[in-house]
Design a protein around this ligand. Sequence first.
Ligand SMILES: *Cc1c(COP(=O)(O)O)cnc(C)c1O
Length: 368
Amino acid sequence: MLENSTGSQEKTEIICDIDEPPLGPKTLEFKNKFYPNTTLKEWNNWKWQISNSITTKDQLEKILVLTEEESGAFENNINLPFKVTPYYMSLVINSNQLRKTVIPTIHENVYSDEEYEDPLEEEKYRHGCVIHKYHNRALFISTNRCSTSCRYCTRSRIMHKKETNWEEGLNYIKDHSEITDVIVSGGDGLLLNLDKLNFLLNEIHNINHVEIIRIGTKIPIVLPQKINNELINVLKKYQPLYINIHIMNADELTIECKEACNKLINAGIVLGSQTVLIRGVNDNIESMEKLMRELLKMRIRPYYLYSCDFIKGSSHLRCKIEEGIKIIKELRNNMSGLGIPTFIIDTKTKKIPIIPNYKKEMIEYLNF
Ligand SMILES: *Cc1c(COP(=O)(O)O)cnc(C)c1O
């Protein structure tokens, strides 16, 4: 024990996992500074992390000195409520890049003409909690909650609103035998309590025509404490299972996160990453290459790099398509092809993969 817990262990009802997760030095320093009376057991308990999430300006100001642009955001009515786990805040405090992903600024109140509440027109393809946009794939909105709110969230319109009705969604998938691939998304499905998650995965798994299940999550990044043996024991029953983790910057890849990913991989789950190209977060070759290299070392296969969707109030975060193409081209020069995600523009009708143009090289080759 690194601190005197002054009896707070007795006071709390929180039940801890038996398996002790690791703790990075910076996270420990943060915990001791801002949560001196919290025991490591509490800190490592995901329920403690959730119930102690930072959601107000007052709480945030005890930890960070806000810039004028950040401070102003809380005076206005921002679309998406502010929310960060104490664990993720321990990374944010040391990273200006991660700071931009979760701390709102006044720029979120600037709406440009090409921005919409639902730029991908998902509501048009919606049947209960299922979005059926691609013939044989369905996206299941399992919950409207996340443990941490990303400022560029593509589903901010539904976040923290009325919960979704699973029955209608499950029946829809059962009635559509063309659906072979179900993506459990949200919100963050891994945030569901274990009985509910187990029920949902079991229902989907038992549908004959469903061949694979995918989960889209940021839990291993923002709440790695949740990836405990109990959760693993549920997940591993539903193979073949793919988990795509929302990862933005190498600063997120702490010892806690690495341990969480290892547990998932060792349970036979295939991990991929999804990244959004965001101004000031990962919009240069150095940070993108570092991220992709680290992911390969962690046995995570980079899957998609998205251009930032045209959601309301996101223009300050969006990069030009050309910037993304340049990064992809440089990645191709610099590293293993295994580490190169597909660069995607998501639209009202479909995903457009953007591939750098190699016409010049092709012509040179043909004329040789
Ligand atoms: C991206 C997406 C999918 C999955 O697309 P893949 O290219 O197969 O990964 C499925 N449904 C919706 C609504 C999506 O946005």
